[in-house]
Design a binder for this molecule. Structure first.
Ligand code: RIB
Length: 300
């Protein structure tokens, strides 16, 4: 088993289930509420660690109850934290609306102390990043920190994965630091201006990402599966009725990185990611929905 290092954000997910979203100025009644650990980077780290891989997470927290939730979550999953705790700030939170009928979501993230992650925070972890087999980041923390971490990883020959979520404009040259980039359809459209709904469009979007310097783009396509450049569509693996899709992308990315660190080929790693995501959507919550290695292998 290799080592995965992930840079990203922890937030407390506050999830509200309701039939629909309220419109501005309206109050509606929900059907359920849950508080749990979230944040894309943290979810990916939990997914990776639960699959049995040595997983390290770089982030910032406040010094409050949500920070305790983060540290407890990582201790339980086996994630090794490398965090700066900032007393003057707070641990972030996310407002998650879950549509009752479909399990689909709409999210607002307030990253709190994680919005203060700086290039110098990342440089302080250079040895850790350089020693990884796989480095992963997303776009919930400041962009300059993500770029600096990718530069350090790339210079050391570490396999780099960028999950460009949430969608954002990327600085010139950032994609050229990435071995793998894993947008969903919306994020892919933001990067390429190609709307992806089928395999042909996915192939075109992958070609566009490769001209920007990505070695191997992978487009996650929800219920269809994931499109791996140079291979084609790896179908989704349904594991039961969908309860909540929040965190499915994180399950995919954490498992994909775990499999790469384990020496699997890109296509096998994508299959592993799809199977992990397929299980996660049958359970409520984000980090708490991540399956174990045995569960994923049984499902595959
Ligand atoms: O990808 C899902 C995650 O996005 C949630 O856990 C939420 O915190 C947001 O960061």
């Amino acid at each position: 088993m290799g080592t995965v290092v992930i840079l990203g954000v922890f937030v407390a997910d506050t999830a509200y289930r309701a039939a629909r979203m309220p419109v501005m100025g309206e109050t509606i009644m929900g059907t359920a509420f849950a508080l749990g650990p979230g944040g894309k980077g943290s979810n990916q780290a939990v997914a990776c660690a639960r699959l049995g891989v040595d997983t390290h997470f770089i982030s910032n927290l406040g010094q409050d109850d949500f920070a305790k939730l983060a540290l407890d979550t990582w201790a339980q999953a086996g994630v090794v934290p490398h965090v700066r705790q900032i007393a003057e700030s707070y641990t972030g939170a996310a407002h998650i609306f879950i549509e009752e009928a479909s399990g689909d979501n709409a999210i607002i993230v307030a990253p709190g102390a994680a919005a203060l992650i700086s290039p110098s925070d990342v440089e302080a972890q250079a040895d850790l990043i350089q020693g990884a087999d796989v480095f992963v980041t997303q776009l919930e923390q400041p962009m300059d920190a993500a770029v600096r971490a990718l530069e350090i990883a790339r210079a050391a020959g570490v396999t780099t994965v960028l999950n460009p979520a949430p969608a954002a404009e990327l600085p010139e040259g950032m994609l050229a630091l990435c071995d793998y980039v894993t947008p969903n359809e919306t994020e892919c459209e933001a990067l390429t201006e190609i709307a992806v709904t089928d395999e042909k469009q996915a192939e075109q979007a992958c070609a566009a990402l490769m001209t920007k310097g990505v070695r191997t783009p992978i487009i996650t396509m929800g219920q269809q599966g994931a499109y791996l450049a140079g291979h084609g569509l790896v179908p989704a693996v349904k594991a039961g009725p969908v309860v909540e899709t929040t965190g499915a992308g994180d399950a995919f990315n954490g498992a994909f990185a775990a499999a790469l660190a384990d020496g699997q080929s890109a296509v096998d790693a994508v299959r592993y990611g799809c199977a992990t995501a397929g299980i996660s959507v049958t359970r409520p919550g984000t980090a708490p929905s991540m399956p174990t290695r045995d569960e994923v292998l049984a499902h595959l």
